[in-house]
Design a protein around this ligand. Structure first.
Ligand SMILES: Nc1ncnc2c1ncn2[C@@H]1O[C@H](COP(=O)(O)OP(=O)(O)O)[C@@H](O)[C@H]1O
Ligand SMILES: [Mg+2]
Length: 257
């Protein structure tokens, strides 16, 4: 069975889709067979980020509604042959897709892939629960900003109600210069406060900003942030994450729940 990892956050715009794509790409570069699912059914955009929007004949909704087979809706990456996408381009009413229907799609993918990365929508409503329902691991993506941290804490609390093998944390858009000048909370402090396993940090990247201005260019990323995604993929693939340091718990008032 594949490792099914939901990438979630609560708050929108913190980098879930960017992380889904670049984590998936780096896992595939480690020889894993990876598929990334766009489960942000209402406001999907994985196809644009991955640059596959012109290659789509069928999407996730077509597969769910039996207009095609699941494999017909898969799109292979032109960057790495072991990376596939199950995009969503039709904006259906989000409530029309049930958790069970989505789970049935994942069961078909289980046999062909080592990783199923589930790009979750923002929010903590039905769509969030539908995405988490299908997963067996979760990654909470947050930025170091207080408004994102509060939502990450709430999501961590909700996830603890599920039977998940691991709930990991990725802190995106980190400015190490700010951290060393104590203008930004350090990733370790954030992980300890949220009582989550820190899987990796991704630095703020001007190159990501620039590449994101054109569709499908992110695979060209060649700065230290790509190194961060590569390290994150290795930590996940080889299970190298260390548990949160509860003894050094620092009260920075990030409440879970
Ligand atoms: N490390 C980073 N450095 C700079 N910009 C980033 C970084 N991560 C994400 N972004 C930008 O943030 C914006 C939101 O990212 P996205 O992945 O769409 O977030 P979400 O899926 O959580 O809504 C995008 O424009 C993306 O290019
Ligand atoms: Mg997104």
């Amino acid at each position: 069975m594949a490792r099914r990892i939901v990438i979630t956050s609560g708050k929108g715009g913190v980098g879930k889709t960017t992380c889904s794509y670049l984590l998936g790409l780096n896992l595939a570069k480690l020889d894993a067979r990876v598929v990334i699912l766009d489960v942000d059914i209402g406001l999907n955009n994985l196809d644009v980020v991955a640059g596959i929007d012109t290659k789509i004949n069928y999407d996730l909704i077509d597969a769910i509604q039996n207009r095609c087979r699941v494999r017909q809706a898969l799109v292979q990456s032109s960057v790495c042959s072991r990376l596939y996408f199950l995009p969503c381009v039709n904006s259906y009413s989000v409530g029309r897709v049930t958790s069970e229907a989505l789970s049935a799609i994942l069961r078909e993918l289980d046999i062909s892939f080592d990783y199923i990365i589930i790009d979750c929508p923002a929010g903590i409503g039905f769509e969030f629960h539908r995405a988490v329902f299908c997963a067996n691991e979760a990654i909470i993506v947050t930025t170091p900003h207080m408004i994102a941290l509060r939502d990450a804490g709430k999501v961590a609390n909700l996830l603890s109600g599920y039977t998940l093998g691991q709930i990991g944390l990725v802190i995106n858009r980190v400015r190490n210069d700010f951290v060393s000048r104590k203008m930004m909370i350090s990733p370790e402090e954030i992980a300890n406060s949220l009582k989550l396993t820190l899987l990796g940090t991704i630095r703020e990247s001007n190159e990501i900003t620039a590449l994101s201005c054109s569709a499908g260019e992110l695979f060209k990323l060649n700065d230290s942030a790509m190194g961060d995604f590569c390290a994150l993929a290795k930590t996940i693939h080889y299970n190298m994450a260390s548990k949160p340091n509860r003894e050094n718990f620092l009260d920075i008032k990030i409440k879970r729940g």
